[in-house]
Design a binder for this molecule. Structure first.
Ligand code: ADP
Ligand code: MG
Length: 243
């Protein structure tokens, strides 16, 4: 039986909007195994991002528990959560979230700066990561000098540089064309699989969900069904499996 890196128990998130209450996540329980590639699939507004943010320690649940490596992250304060995220998780966002004044290399080194890795070592590691995502020639470019796909490659390099146990990707290809979308999915899943990292992907797109071992269908803040995807889609484009 596979061990679980994440256990979610009876988690609720209620937002108040004036008089109105919105149950964005409505009593979800879920286990995520070490090394699993899983996908939260659902329509816009179904609660996927809220659930992801709860699991990743970016938001607090209204109720329930979120256990990450046996630690209750819903009990942590902001300092503890910041340390937790630095140590255990990486993020890939739809909008890349790169710092515009920094070069690709500097953006990738950021997580290592927070962990106080010496400069020579972090530059070396960041160059290796940029190579792994096929972007070493762009190391000194700023985000505005790169295409959307290239910016997302930088953000993928940044997400993986600390070898985090879990990488969270929220609509990682939402702003990209079809070909680049598959390149990014190939890259993220190949990196995660190679290093036996857990990957949690949020999407509304069934084609992207096909990359996961397990597809968790979310509707109205609840799990509608869980689907095992035994024959998951794998890297087809060379860029995804570059060393
Ligand atoms: P998805 O990622 O599936 O599109 P979200 O998790 O972003 O869905 O949102 C789920 C529901 O919660 C939506 O109805 C949304 O409007 C609401 N919601 C999300 N974040 C907030 C917030 N910060 N304040 C109020 N309502 C929110
Ligand atoms: Mg969302």
């Amino acid at each position: 039986m596979a061990e679980n890196v994440i256990k979610i128990r009876n988690v609720k998130k209620v937002y108040r909007m004036g008089q109105e209450k919105i149950s964005a996540v409505n009593n979800i329980s879920l286990n995520i195994a070490y090394g699993e590639i899983c996908c939260l699939l659902g329509k816009s507004g179904s609660g996927k991002s809220t659930l992801l943010n709860l699991i990743a320690g970016l938001e607090k649940p209204t109720k329930g528990s979120i256990i990450f490596n046996k630690c209750h992250i819903e009990r942590m304060n902001e300092d503890q959560l910041a340390k937790f995220r630095q140590q255990y998780v990486g993020f890939v966002f739809q909008s890349y979230n790169l710092l515009s004044t920094l070069t690709a290399l500097e953006n990738v080194t950021l997580p290592l700066i927070f962990r106080k890795v010496p400069v020579a070592e972090r530059n070396k590691k960041a160059m290796q990561m940029l190579e792994a995502v096929g972007l070493s020639e762009r190391a000194n470019h700023k985000p505005s000098e790169m295409s959307g796909g290239q910016q997302q490659r930088v953000s993928i390099a940044r997400a993986f540089i600390n070898s985090p146990q879990v990488v969270f990707a929220d609509e990682p290809t939402g702003n990209l064309d079809t070909k680049t979308t598959y390149e990014m999915m190939d890259l993220i899943t190949t990196l995660a699989e190679k290093n036996k990292q857990t990957l949690v992907i949020v999407t509304h797109d069934l084609e992207i969900a096909e990359y996961a071992n397990r597809i968790i269908h979310i509707s109205d803040g609840k799990i509608e069904k869980i689907e095992q995807n035994t024959n998951r889609k794998r890297a087809t484009i060379e860029g995804g499996s570059k060393k």
